[in-house]
Design a binder for this molecule. Structure first.
Ligand code: SAM
Length: 196
């Protein structure tokens, strides 16, 4: 009889993070992305998936350097991630306008001027059937079509992020090369994004 596979503690912890799409953006990348938004003249910053707050910290650092006080807001589905944000130097006041909730299912179109995101990269086989159904509905509502069922959560985040921008808004988004050449998107997604 084969003995059951035993995983290391590190492997189990990493799997738990994968389930939630929780990987934090390195400081230098966060700062470059926030600088891109600031270069567009924006003084507000919305992070749809705040996590441990890398973009908020970057906005505060950059703000001090250029004498700008960014108005910070966002959403985060996992309240526990925000405790990490506090542990890594943000104050409760910095997080005052972060809503605990699901950005995808609760975002409104055309309302935000500057979006910065490192979306949760959660692959389709980790998404429940219930959530997949809601994502299909969201997609249909947003771009009048649905995506290939193999699209990961981050693809829906890109659509929701673009859709939430107000006129003249800017989006800084960590993406993958698969948006351009993968099985899921190619022409369909490109076409649909132009419609947003
Ligand atoms: C890749 S992390 C990025 C966190 C942080 N913004 C950074 O750049 O370091 C993605 C975050 O999205 C959160 N998340 C996952 N699904 C979400 C959803 N539907 N709505 C809002 N946040 C979500 C996860 O809990 C995680 O903290």
């Amino acid at each position: 009889m084969r003995s059951p596979i035993r995983h290391s503690k590190a492997w189990i912890e990493r799997e738990a993070l994968r389930e939630k799409g929780q990987f934090w953006t390195p400081e230098w990348i966060a700062e470059a992305m926030v600088a891109y938004l600031a270069a567009g003249g924006h003084q507000t910053l919305f992070d749809p998936a705040v996590g441990a707050g890398a973009f908020f910290r970057a906005a505060k650092t950059l703000g001090r350097e250029i004498g700008k006080d960014f108005a910070l807001s966002g959403t985060e589905i996992d309240k526990a991630a925000l405790s990490e944000a506090i542990e890594s130097g943000l104050s409760h006041e910095d997080l005052l306008h972060v809503r605990i909730g699901d950005f995808l299912l609760e975002s409104s179109p055309g309302t935000i001027e500057a979006v910065v995101a490192n979306p949760p990269y959660i692959r389709h086989h980790r998404l429940s059937n219930g959530l997949k159904g809601k994502l299909r509905e969201f997609c249909f509502k947003s771009i009048d079509t649905t995506l290939d069922g193999r699209a990961g959560l981050h693809v829906y985040f890109l659509i929701a992020g673009l859709r939430s921008l107000s006129s003249g808004g800017r989006l800084a988004f960590i993406s993958t090369g698969r948006y351009c050449g993968g099985r899921v998107c190619p022409e369909t997604l490109e076409m649909d994004i132009h419609q947003l």
